[in-house]
Ligand binder design. Structure first.
Ligand SMILES: [Zn+2]
Length: 370
């Protein structure tokens, strides 16, 4: 009886340890899927888990490989390099960066270490932002302990049962935020290995990259999520990778250009893709989600422009913009999706639209520029 009890206890302990080890190690783990011959996508299964991890696409041609958004975290870049090695002996020739936000590029150095001949490719603005104030602002915040402080604030929010803004925490949100705090250890460990690797090849409107038998088309359709978004088109396979112009299930709107963003989405839709790979979240095989984004961004831009014309302040506008027609279609009343629709979309999209209407720069390249 005692032996049995002890065996059960040891088994339970091992299960707990295994679960714990798994929880610690899988934060940046990608699941791979072949979308077409020689086209592979790597995605973290839970797009809402924090920190967010971008989708990576590997494209293999007859004489080399292209990686689109190789990773925001070095552990992600390690996996991408290992995946390419496992798939083909051909070298990585190009690493394309969809935009300057760190979760798409600060983890690509392991791929550059494994393939030193690879060129980093991005829009001109992406290079300028990575060399200038936008990336510096993030870097400074991180050195100052931004991510650690956020985790600490969330730990306190859990203890107080109130979110950072004082709103009550829904009991259904607690497991998400408990994991958020636990994941901070693995997140912090990445910071020391992160590197800023700006593009060595830049383009303005379009660029065609040859991989022997395969041509990869890069397009910049105009300002959308950032002023330098690069979209990848694989015309031979009907695949489009959008970077954060499309993010599901909740869009990210920090420093964006809502009205123009809607126009860019229409241009992506016009490519008649078979599969759309968003910057984060599930693959799209139709235009339903893109249409919802277009409707939402047009509505925000329209409302904000009207209120700016009436001379309203940003504060008043923030209180007045109505999301009722669209919010539930994003959140489906899930408390975490509601929380992040507020944090990642509603809160940042209004100042973004306001700035655009007032001619204020959303992504200042220098610290003093207006
Ligand atoms: Zn992103």
């Amino acid at each position: 009886m005692i032996a049995l009890a002890r065996a059960t206890f040891v088994t339970a302990l091992l299960l707990v340890l295994a679960a714990h080890a798994h929880a610690k190690n899988d934060l940046f783990d990608l699941e791979w899927k072949e979308l077409a011959p020689g086209v592979h996508v790597g995605q973290r299964p839970d797009p809402m888990r924090y920190p967010v991890v971008c989708n990576t696409v590997i494209v293999i041609g007859s004489d080399g490989v292209l990686v689109f958004d190789g990773g925001g975290f070095p552990t992600q870049g390690d996996q991408v390099a290992a995946k390419v090695k496992a798939l083909t002996p051909k070298p990585v020739k190009f690493i394309v960066i969809s935009h300057w936000h760190g979760d798409h590029n600060r983890g690509i150095s392991p791929i550059l270490d494994a393939y030193p001949g690879a060129q980093v490719v991005g829009h001109e603005f992406t290079k300028a932002a990575m060399l200038g104030a936008p990336m510096q602002r993030i870097h400074k915040a991180e050195v100052a302990g931004d991510a650690r402080d956020t985790a600490e604030a969330i730990r306190k929010a859990l203890a107080d049962n109130k979110f950072l803004d004082g709103s009550p925490l829904d009991p259904a949100e607690r497991p998400f935020f408990e994991r958020f705090v636990a994941d901070n250890v693995a997140h912090q460990a990445e910071l020391a290995r992160m590197k800023i690797t700006p593009p060595t090849i830049v383009f303005d409107k379009e660029l065609y990259l040859k991989l022997g038998d395969r041509t990869v088309e890069l397009r910049h359709f105009g300002p959308a999520n950032t002023k330098g978004d690069a979209v990848m088109l694989l015309r031979d396979a009907g695949i489009v990778a959008s970077g954060d112009i499309v993010v599901a299930p909740i869009p990210y709107a920090f420093g964006s250009y809502p009205s123009n963003w809607a126009d860019v989405l229409k241009q992506i839709k016009a490519t008649k893709y078979r599969v759309l790979v968003p910057g984060h979240g599930p693959l799209q095989s139709d235009a339903a989600y893109v249409d919802l984004l277009i409707e939402t961004l047009q509505s925000v831009a329209h409302q904000v422009n009207a209120l700016v014309t009436q001379g309203k302040s940003l504060d008043d506008i923030s209180k007045a913009v109505d999301f009722a027609k669209v919010e539930q279609r994003f959140t489906r009343n899930d408390p975490i999706l509601k929380r992040f629709f507020d944090l990642f979309f509603k809160q940042p999209v209004i100042p973004a639209a306001y700035n655009t209407a007032k001619g204020i720069e959303n992504e200042k390249l220098t610290e003093d520029a207006k």
